[in-house]
Design a protein around this ligand. Structure first.
Ligand SMILES: Cc1cc2nc3c(=O)[nH]c(=O)nc-3n(C[C@H](O)[C@H](O)[C@H](O)COP(=O)(O)O)c2cc1C
Length: 312
């Protein structure tokens, strides 16, 4: 057994682990600065929650919302047995149950935006997979279709697509943003949506303090340019962007064909990239549960209090 394995195995009593780690460091070097690491305690997994689904059932859902905003939904037969149904999501699922549903609190309201108008758009397909994970975790997920949204100007504030986007943003607790990378950056289709969301209208700040998960699809073999830009954009909208992020390289190789009979077709194939998408959605749910009760607290700024005082 190698030294790191021995350390992980628990064969060495806790009191002697620090000494053993220091010895290992001296012998092998410490590329990852493990010597400075805090003891990490993995939350105990509650097996009763491993494969639970808290998805909103058709009979409990608003049919108009379901029709307009949940294009990611598949038949019951598929969603009960597909790869998402088989994910072990015990910790996040338990949080959803004990901290929201069992206390009759609202489901997390998640707005999903993607950045392409192509029929078979991989950012849209990725947005749908992300939505399915969040749906299973009990979120009220709404995907906005950017088709028909005018190019940002200073006139069309009453355009139905503009109003719809703004209403969704006001409604949401958290967002998922997924853009293709084009010319080393996010797309105009994506940015145009954010440009239509005002930072504030009167006292309402539709994005401030909300949580945000980001992802991108690439034609190239690997890149993070779009997620880096999305992160900056999230900061500009005063959102809390979760640490993890997903980037799907050579996206055309990662999805099954539209007419593939397995799991309804257009599905994300198994890979470490797919696992990473799950990580991101699970993390978004955890952060949003923790942060939602404190949105107003985090939005309270010294400089703005001073400004308000001066105005009075
Ligand atoms: C004009 C143009 C520029 C592109 N630039 C990049 C790029 O800089 N990096 C990259 O990885 N892929 C690039 N691609 C590939 C796209 O990211 C890829 O086709 C992606 O699937 C498009 O998103 P969609 O499928 O959601 O429409 C580019 C594609 C186009 C059409």
């Amino acid at each position: 057994m190698t030294l790191p394995r021995i350390l992980k195995s628990g064969l060495i009593p806790a009191t002697r682990r620090t000494f053993a780690r220091q010895t290992a460091t001296r012998v092998m070097g410490d590329l990852n600065n493990t010597e400075a690491m805090r003891e990490h305690v993995r939350p105990a997994l509650d097996p009763t929650y491993q494969f639970n689904s808290f998805a909103i059932l058709a009979c409990d859902d608003d049919p108009v919302v379901r029709e307009q905003y949940r294009p990611f939904l598949l038949s019951d037969e598929i969603s009960k047995s597909d790869w998402i149904a088989k994910l072990e999501l015990a910790t996040a699922a338990k949080m959803v149950d004990t901290e929201l549903l069992a206390q009759n609190k609202d489901r997390l309201r998640i707005l999903v935006l993607y950045g392409s108008l192509r029929t078979r758009s991989f950012s849209k397909l990725l947005a749908y997979e992300a939505s399915r994970i969040l749906h299973r975790l009990g979120c009220d997920v709404r995907v906005y279709n950017p088709a028909g949204l005018p190019v940002k100007d200073d006139e069309q504030h009453d355009h139905p697509k503009v109003r719809e986007l703004r209403e969704l943003s006001k409604w949401s607790d958290g967002h998922v943003w997924i853009s293709p990378e084009q010319h080393g950056n996010l797309t105009g289709v994506f940015k145009n949506q954010i440009d239509w969301i005002p930072l504030s209208t009167g006292s309402v700040r539709p994005t401030q303090g909300r949580t945000l998960a980001i992802a991108q699809v690439n034609g190239g073999s690997q890149s993070f340019n779009a997620v880096n830009s999305l992160r900056i954009l999230g900061r500009w909208m005063r959102m809390f962007t979760i640490p993890n992020q997903s980037s799907i390289p050579q996206a055309w190789t990662h999805f099954t064909d539209a007419d593939d009979p397995v799991e309804g077709g257009n599905r994300l194939k198994p890979s470490s990239n797919r696992d990473r998408l799950v990580d991101c959605m699970e993390e978004l749910v955890k952060y949003t549960i923790v942060m939602r009760p404190h949105f107003d607290l985090f939005g309270d700024r010294f400089s703005e209090r001073e400004e308000a005082k001066a105005k009075k």
